[in-house]
Design a protein around this ligand. Sequence first.
Ligand code: MN
Length: 274
Amino acid sequence: MAKRRGSKKSEPDLPDLSQYGRLAEYNRKRNFNITPEPSGQMGAGKSRGPLQFVVQKHRATRLHYDFRLEHRGAMLSWAVPKGPSPDPAVKRLAMETEPHPMDYNQFEGVIPEGEYGGGTVMIWDKGVWAPATPHGLGDEDEVDRQLKKGDLKFVLLGEKLAGSWVLVRTRGSRQWLLIKHRDQYVSEADLTITRPLSVVSGRTMADIARAAGASPRQLEKAAAEDPVVPPAPAQPETGRRTAPRKRAPSARPDRPAVRAKASRARAKNVKTSA
Ligand code: MN
């Protein structure tokens, strides 16, 4: 059910959150009179269709990508500072955070300054997921078993992320590594650079911040997390038309070359995903 802003009565004492179960921490951290985020309601618990996953790019105090997997009516969540990598050689730190409500999967906007997680949120990827076992896909009990072991194997079918992955708990109870398994979906591309736009709105971080009426400071921070796009080449003053020269592949790509490559890939993405 959709939450209405400002509909919650203010209470002098801490509200009883026991009804929210696994979402109690989520609710305790947020003031729904102020934040546009959805209040925490548990989902049906037993999913009829495939399980949802979402990745939200979030410029809070620091940039991170919130990686969320549906499990028993809530979204299990990990904050991945550098974002998921489709390269099996790249292990990405994933800090376990509080489970989020299913409604959060639709949240793209700006959390006001001074609120928990204040900053711009983009729906960077979404799709379906399933736990994986040596014999095929598993059920929710399998998820519980693997989480307890600290070794959750799964498959994703999103718009940017796909194939076989694993979350492995390292030290402490909340620190994990997100790693791609070898399959036909591996890539050395940095998807955070080559596929930087929202999968639901096609917007940049700056677009989202602007549309939500973010403060100038928040807008500046959001814009700084969009990959740099070189300006379109100026019209040649001579008026002579020449075919653009193909850039020779540099043996050791420097940063401008990487950016140029990223922007080409981005332009391609925009064209094909329309
Ligand atoms: Mn976050």
